[in-house]
Design a binder for this molecule. Structure first.
Ligand SMILES: [Zn+2]
Length: 262
């Protein structure tokens, strides 16, 4: 067996732009949102890790599609949202509950964050200041409202905004550059957004990931956490997308705009 290391998070790239997150200590591992089993198996083998837990945020196949293959021949708990039906889930979770992975010394609390899907949950490691938010919050953006409402999504994102600023945001997709291009359009006068876009483009040009992000950075640069800002409201109104100053209407208008932004 390999040597035990401090608990860390490793990105496993999958599909075109997904990140599956591996939480490990050099011996044991938990995986978040394994949409595909093959790259997870490859990472476990190359790092010589034993899989001890699977954590799911929502039911979409690019997050849960690898579960059946991963649990075959293993006795591993599969945690998932209580309000969604996902094959293979053995422990149903909702806000107020927590997950303890003894072999990793890992404790995660659960948040209900509906919006992208109706039962979406997120996991917070308070001690390590890690957030695993699935497709709810992205670097510079947020998930599409497939099953929930703008009202629900604003409440969900507010829970993330209340986490400490240095909380690392482990989102599930590399969408940062396109999100920040939209953020520049939504809030043109924000120099921090422009600087972040530049940084993200340089990282992608070097073939690097732009995630994890951090809650503080998201609060400064993510329009979906900044929809109450007068500058964002003003650009929505100036482009004819909003005719009032209701925050939830502003969020909904912003999300609609992003859906068609190129
Ligand atoms: Zn999704």
């Amino acid at each position: 067996m390999s040597a035990k290391q401090p608990l860390q998070v490793t990105a496993i790239p999958a599909f075109a732009d997904n990140y599956l997150w591996l939480i490990h200590d050099g011996q044991h591992a938990a995986v978040v949102d394994p949409g595909d089993a093959a790259p997870v198996e490859a990472a476990l083998a190359s790092l010589n890790l034993t899989l001890v837990a699977i954590l799911l945020t929502h039911h979409h196949a690019d997050h849960a599609g690898g579960v059946a293959a991963l649990v075959a021949g293993r006795k591993v708990p599969v945690y998932g949202p209580a309000r969604e039906r996902i094959a293979g889930v053995s422990v149903l979770l909702s806000e107020g509950q927590s997950v303890n992975v003894p072999s990793l010394g890992l404790n995660l609390s659960v948040l209900d964050v509906p919006g992208h899907t109706a039962g979406h949950i997120a996991y917070v490691a308070a001690e390590q200041r890690w957030l695993f938010c699935g497709d709810t919050l992205f670097a510079g953006g947020c998930g599409r409202l497939f099953e929930g409402t703008a009202q629900q999504m604003t409440a969900s994102l507010q829970k993330f905004a209340e986490l400490p600023d240095d909380t690392a945001v482990y989102c599930a997709h590399e969408y940062t550059v396109s999100n920040l291009r939209f953020a520049v359009a939504a809030e043109p006068g924000n120099a921090e957004i422009a600087a972040r876009l530049d940084d993200a483009q340089q990282r992608r040009a070097r073939g690097e990931a732009t995630v994890p992000s951090a809650i503080g950075l998201e609060k400064q640069t993510n329009p979906f956490l900044r929809y109450r800002e007068p500058a964002v409201i003003a650009s929505l109104q100036a482009s004819g997308r909003l005719d009032n100053d209701d925050p939830v209407a502003a969020f909904a208008a912003l999300r609609e705009w992003k859906n068609s932004f190129r």
